[in-house]
Design a protein around this ligand. Structure first.
Ligand code: CMP
Length: 472
């Protein structure tokens, strides 16, 4: 069944042929005698024009019959435009020469054509698009910005797929829906093209979101480990998990990973998302919903008690608090402030003013002192260890940097909490100064025996504590 467009073209063809042939017939019947007279050359011009028009229509008809019917039926695909245009041009030129020669036998056509700009314009117009594609194709071949097998994104419609071929006319792309897209070379030359070369280690970004209550350090570790050995994820570069944005209802994450075969990125993206889901599920982390969620959290009593017990137990095991009674430890635990730090964060900076100390509840920190302007690690403290006691009890500037090695939870004991304890139990200051001095001696064990605590040091500390807390 012919399409409406084909029917329209056929009607135009028939009408134009009838009009041109009719006009030629009428002209010849009216002016035939004059064409042989002294002004014959002038009177033959309309015959030449109408003859050329009929010749052009005839050539187009043969072209359509030959290429739209015969070629397509025999080959099963459309004939290349270049071939069709060349056929039209040659056939028309031959017919034109024949008509011209018939009307103006005494004119030297060769000389006319070599000097005629009209001929050049005709060729230029007929082959405008084709030549554009042809030359753009040549420049693509010369430039070689991409090769067969590379994944490219081209054009305003963002055609994406694997390059199957670059012909003189177009770039053939096999899309991920297994369609074939042809982007003409001249279009491709005008548009930006994004190329993921087959021999390059190409990366992809996958996004996801977690709840604000979930730990970033844990998320990074869990997701990276879940994804790194997935099929088609390159082993050459470790995937990167990083926070992209702190959104309204989620910590928004970006996972960057590299692929062995980029052409399979759809499958690999899907696999990676699946791995993330399972990993988060296993480790108790939660995807955030893309909505504003109001969480009304009612903690069961038993959980509050357990958490408080955890803190009480932790503080009770810290030797600097060993002189405190169970009741005093309980009060201290009630006033302790819980903090969490990311790996690499500085908890205490040498030289800063500070009047609180910290107990490591979870994780590890490193104590660093500055040596020739560079940090030198002197100790690693973990669960149950404490630091910052000098600042808390004496108010002196911090003596070292303390940096988190892992994600670290600490309990902060502030000056006010200790102040209250000292007020109800003034003898505490003495026992605490002794404990601190003991610890100092232990830390300084390279210079003297660990157990050897200097009386003066303890007395000096006691004086500092009394001064700082305003005790008598
Ligand atoms: P403060 O001076 O208040 O702040 C830095 C803390 O680092 C310090 O208290 C101690 O708790 C701790 N610190 C300093 N030097 C050492 C060390 N050599 N070993 C272990 N901890 C230390």
């Amino acid at each position: 069944m012919p399409s409406p467009k084909q029917r329209r073209r056929f009607v135009t063809f028939v009408v134009t042929t009838i009009v041109a042939a009719g006009a030629l017939y009428a002209y010849l019947s009216l002016f035939e005698a004059q064409t042989r007279g002294p002004m014959g050359n002038f009177y033959r011009i309309p015959i030449l024009i109408l003859g050329a028009l009929l010749a052009y229509i005839g050539v187009r008809a043969v072209n359509a019959a030959l290429f739209d019917l015969v070629f397509r039926l025999r080959r099963g695909y459309e004939a290349p435009t270049l071939v069709r245009n060349i056929f039209t041009l040659i056939a028309f030129a031959i017919l034109f020469v024949i008509i011209f020669k018939a009307e103006y036998s005494d004119v030297n056509l060769g000389a006319l054509f070599t000097t005629s700009a009209i001929f050049g314009v005709i060729i230029g117009l007929a082959l405008q698009d084709t030549l554009g594609n042809f030359f753009a194709g040549i420049s693509l071949h010369a430039d070689r910005p991409f090769q067969v097998g590379d994944v490219i994104v081209v054009g305003q419609q963002k055609h994406t797929g694997v390059v199957e071929g670059i012909t003189w006319r177009a770039i053939k792309i096999r899309t991920f829906q297994n369609h074939l897209v042809l982007v003409s070379n001249s279009n491709a030359a005008r548009e930006p093209i994004e190329v993921a070369p087959r021999i390059n280690l190409n990366a992809r970004l996958v996004y996801f979101g977690t709840l604000y209550s979930d730990s970033p350090a844990k998320t990074i570790h869990i997701v990276r480990e879940a994804v790194r050995d997935a099929d088609n994820v390159s082993q050459r570069i470790t995937p990167i998990v990083r926070i992209r944005n702190l959104g309204d209802s989620a910590i928004e994450w970006e996972l960057k990973y590299w692929l062995d075969d980029y052409a399979k990125y759809n499958d690999t993206d899907a696999l990676v998302r699946q791995r993330i889901w399972y990993a988060l599920r296993r480790s108790g982390l939660t995807f955030a919903f893309p909505t504003r969620t109001v969480h009304v959290e009612r903690k069961p009593l038993s959980r509050v008690a357990t958490a408080a017990e955890g803190i009480t137990d932790r503080l009770a095991a810290v030797d600097v608090f060993s002189p405190l009674s169970a009741d005093e430890i309980q009060r201290l635990a009630g006033a302790a402030i819980w903090h969490v730090f990311a790996p690499g964060e500085t908890l205490i900076r040498a030289g800063d003013e500070g009047s609180s100390m910290f107990v490591v509840h979870n994780g590890r920190v490193q104590v660093q002192v500055s040596e020739n302007g560079r940090p030198r690690p002197v100790a690693v403290l973990s669960e149950g260890d404490f630091f910052g006691e000098m600042g808390l009890f004496t108010g002196e500037p911090r003596t070292a940097d303390v940096v988190a090695l892992d994600e670290t939870e600490v309990l902060e004991i502030r000056h006010e909490s200790m102040q209250q304890l000292f007020e109800t139990n003034p003898s505490l200051a003495e026992s605490i100064s002794w404990t601190i001095a003991e610890r100092r001696a232990a830390l300084d064990a390279s210079h003297r025996e660990a157990s050897q605590v200097s009386i003066e040091e303890s007395a000096g500390l006691l004086a500092s504590i009394k001064r700082f807390f305003g005790l008598r």
